[in-house]
Design a protein around this ligand. Sequence first.
Ligand code: M6R
Length: 588
Amino acid sequence: MCGIVAYAGDERAAEIIYSGLEKLEYRGYDSAGITTLCDGSFYTVKRSGRVLGLSQYLGNMCGSTGIGHTRWATHGEASDINAHPHCCNRFAVVHNGIIENYSAVKVELVARGHTFLSQTDSEVVAHLLDEYYDGNLIAAVNKTCARLTGCWALAILCKDYEGFVAVRRGSPVIMARGADGYFAASDIPAVAACAEEYCVLEEGDIALISRSECKIFSDGTTSVSRTFVPVEKEQTDGLGEDCPHYMLREIRSNARTIRATCEKFPLAAGGGLYERLRRADKIVLVGCGTAYNAALSAKRLLCGAYDGFVEAVIASEARYNPPAVTKNSVVIAVSQSGETADTVRAAGILKEAGAYLVAVTNTGYSVITRIADKVLPVCAGVEICVAATKSYTGQLACFHLMASLPDYSCRRRELLRVADEVEKLACDELNSLRIAQLCVSSRAVFFIGRGGDADVATEASLKLKEVSYIFSDGYPAGELKHGTLALIDEDVLSVVIICDQSLAEKSKNAVEQILSRRGKVAVVTTLKSVYDELESRVSAAWLLPPVPAHLSHFVSAEALQLVAYRTAVLAGRDPDKPRNLAKSVTVE
Ligand code: M6R
């Protein structure tokens, strides 16, 4: 949710910051901007639209110090004027987060003669800095932060200082150094190409960074040192003709993610995790979006494995209405990014109430890992597409292993076999395209299933709607007759997932109910008997590899990820950057 990059070094800042912003675009992509500092003057370009829109202006921006931003709008529409950086006299500022009391501060500053140009909450930061600055930069930053409520990561330029200030309060900031200078950014991909080492700023840290020095103040005044660790240069395949979008590339990494998660699990799962889970009076799973949908599957897996009561709760609800926990409860926060504000907040509240906090996350240096008692890694690698795919698969793998403690060797073997099927399935074009063609010609698409298939239906629906913008809903098949049947007609598609033999007869009833009302049906099944029976009667049927029911979500979810992807492409959408969305939702 907004990405910031700052640089102070020996090279031209504009190009370095631009490259960093390109890597952070998954965090927000409605507008972007860069300010460089050169001989005491600012050079600023900011435009609504994608980062690419800045490229033609870089040549005019001198200076080897600068800050940049890619925006996901909260306050004020996406426009040139609302794009960051925001400037006021000697200051230029980029901001990730929300300044909650901006309105009151703005009124006060206007009364003191300040003129505001944008509708953003962020602009008050530049004006406050200007108001408080008396030659002492860190003092002005401290006073400014003391006036604000909300959350922020800031990068600040001051015309009097050939460097920048980075501030972390509630929103992530990493600092990095390489042969050519220092960087600050919202996430590592922004600096991975140029930096050798990075450290994560702690809550409340203020860093003063120039091409030759980096000072960090933990409470605005106390100088501290933070540990730098090497930047892992992740090998990612580029996009190409056979893989034109990150979404497809990441779906094709599902198998690799299962294998990598199985490999890392033994190292992480020690330290009494099994005993905690076995003795837990309650296991509470919290997450948002796809992570919550993975938690629904986790609930089934963990319920079967442990005696305690298991529930899955949506983090944005749990944050205001937290479930009761004790010191014997285990809370599992599920989050690809580890940054999602609702999840972090809910997990924090439950931990404060005494529960033991486990983070299941794809991002090892994230906020959630810093508050968790134990971290279980999802080894999906960097996920760039806004729609979560391989991270969901990795979360499922992690939960299977958790549910099989203490001796998970048998489940691990099963998972590795499933990974082979998942790998083959990822090459499908024919079946996914057939169902995608039905989706794209439908007014609405319902995904239904029973038992574990219902959880996949919920996730498949989220995937389809977010990348294709087609209305969709997903839920248990038995619920159809309790209301939704009223919506079924020849323009509505129902995708029926049937992967559990014991529930197949009942799911077939739902198919009959839809067909009787002239609704279109696509069946996705691992069961040959179901496929043979329905294939000639429905608009499309896809026979998936015959994996056992408890593992079928790996193949059915992947099949429907492919359907969502192909539907988006047929509909002319950009599946990697759906409108209105961003990858890491760091605001509540
Ligand atoms: O990073 P997180 O897993 O915490 O993100 C949670 C949701 O914002 C995320 O899963 C979102 O729903 C995805 N866009 C779904 O594809």
